[in-house]
Design a protein around this ligand. Structure first.
Ligand code: GTP
Ligand code: MG
Length: 372
């Protein structure tokens, strides 16, 4: 019998094991048209907002994505502009065996309104240049509101020729939401064909949709970057870290010996402002994350006593404290830098400074030239 695929996540439909991807109850199966079948997991994510841990291993992921090597295709690589380093996946050309990459920075709607998209785009190009990664073109979009989609669609048509198009990138950057927008706007499909969720690894297999010229556009599963917070937080904590709307930056004037806590998830110590003066720190986190200032000498004790109250959201609901690791940054020029807590948010401050940024040991902290 021909294999059937879930229309929401691309998993192969099966009726044997409800803990594995693609499960559909045999009785329910009869009520679906094969072309519209969605698995139980997709049904529950869509209708009950339920969460399932991802079930595709990294080696399975590589097997799926390496299928792209068999053809000359246009790769549309999506990054989350809030966590460029954490969502970049530099190996994507090797993994897909294709050189022609169009870069899309998604989630533009979360940027504060006064930020000029052109500036962010220039910054994105600079980041690409520093990585030595060449692209055909780059663009910023908002899959949530459809921002810049006509421009994106024109770029895809311009560069694809008669080739197929693959939407690729890290898990949770919004690939499926982007394909949903394209399907709805330009291919007359209903809204939300593909399953989208806040949890990582929602999409399980390649899901293709024919374009008018006979080529195919594919949604693909995401690469997991184990250094992002989302893989370690409990559901309630994670929900409080995901920005739902435009981020409101907060400004703190900090002195040497002061500390900021970002919920119970991250921490910044000012060792010195180099000039000995106060230092302005602008924070960009979900508005639901509580930011708290304290003296560095009191910081450990504050964490011990307030990690389930004031310092919300907490890293873990249990009594075990994560092993904190700090990254020390001593920068002497006078440019503005971002310190990025991978997948959580970032802070901006102008050098010269000497700081320590703390995160639980599994999580990545990166520095970059300021995006805003
Ligand atoms: N604010 C905002 N959220 C977005 C945007 N695009 C996607 N999201 C959210 O990001 C989360 C992940 O979106 P998906 O489309 O499922 O991401 P994905 O890249 O397909 O993830 P995998 O299938 O796991 O690889 C969902 O909660 C989306 O609602 C956007 O432009 N703006
Ligand atoms: Mg997806």
């Amino acid at each position: 019998m021909k294999e059937l695929y879930c229309k929401g996540c691309g998993a192969i439909i099966q009726t044997e094991d409800n803990t594995l991807p693609g499960y559909v109850n045999e009785k329910i199966m009869e009520s679906y048209k094969p072309s519209n079948m969605i698995c139980q997991r997709c049904f529950r994510i869509r209708h009950y907002n339920e969460v399932y841990p991802y079930t595709v291993s990294n080696s399975d992921y590589v097997k799926i994505i390496e299928k792209i090597k068999e053809e000359n295709a246009l790769i549309v690589k999506i990054v989350d502009i809030f966590d460029f380093s954490g969502s970049f996946v530099p190996a994507i050309k090797t993994l897909t065996g294709n050189e022609d990459v169009l870069l899309v920075g998604n989630k533009m709607d979360l940027l504060p309104k006064n930020v000029k998209p052109k500036k962010i785009l220039n910054w994105l190009k600079l980041m690409l240049a520093t990585q030595g990664f060449t692209v055909l073109d780059s663009i910023l979009v908002s899959a949530k509101y459809g921002g810049n989609f006509d421009e994106l669609w024109e770029l895809i048509k311009k560069y694809k020729g008669s080739r197929n198009v693959y939407i690729v990138g890290c898990s949770n950057v919004g690939k499926s939401k982007i394909v949903n927008q394209i399907l709805k706007r330009y291919l007359g499909e209903p809204a939300d064909v593909l399953t989208v969720s806040t949890s990582p690894r929602t999409t399980i297999g390649l899901i293709g949709f024919p374009l008018l010229d006979g080529s195919i556009i594919y949604d693909t599963p995401g690469v997991i970057n184990k250094h992002q917070y989302m893989h370690y937080l409990t559901r309630p904590s994670y929900k409080l870290t995901v920005p739902k709307k435009e981020i409101k930056p907060l400004i703190f004037q900090l002195y040497e010996g002061q500390t900021l806590y970002f919920g119970g998830l991250g921490r910044l110590d000012i060792i010195s402002g180099e000039t000995g003066d106060k230092i302005s720190v602008i924070t960009y986190f979900a508005n639901t994350l509580n930011i708290h200032r304290t003296k560095t000498i009191n910081a450990d004790e504050l964490y011990r006593t307030k990690k389930y109250s004031l310092l919300s959201p907490p890293f873990s609901p249990e009594e075990d404290t994560p092993k904190w690791v700090y990254h020390e940054f001593r920068i002497r020029d006078n440019q503005k830098y971002d310190i990025v807590f991978s997948g959580l948010g970032f802070v901006t401050l102008r050098a010269p400074f000497h700081i320590r940024a703390y995160a639980p040991f599994v999580v990545g902290i990166y520095t970059r030239l300021a995006i805003i």
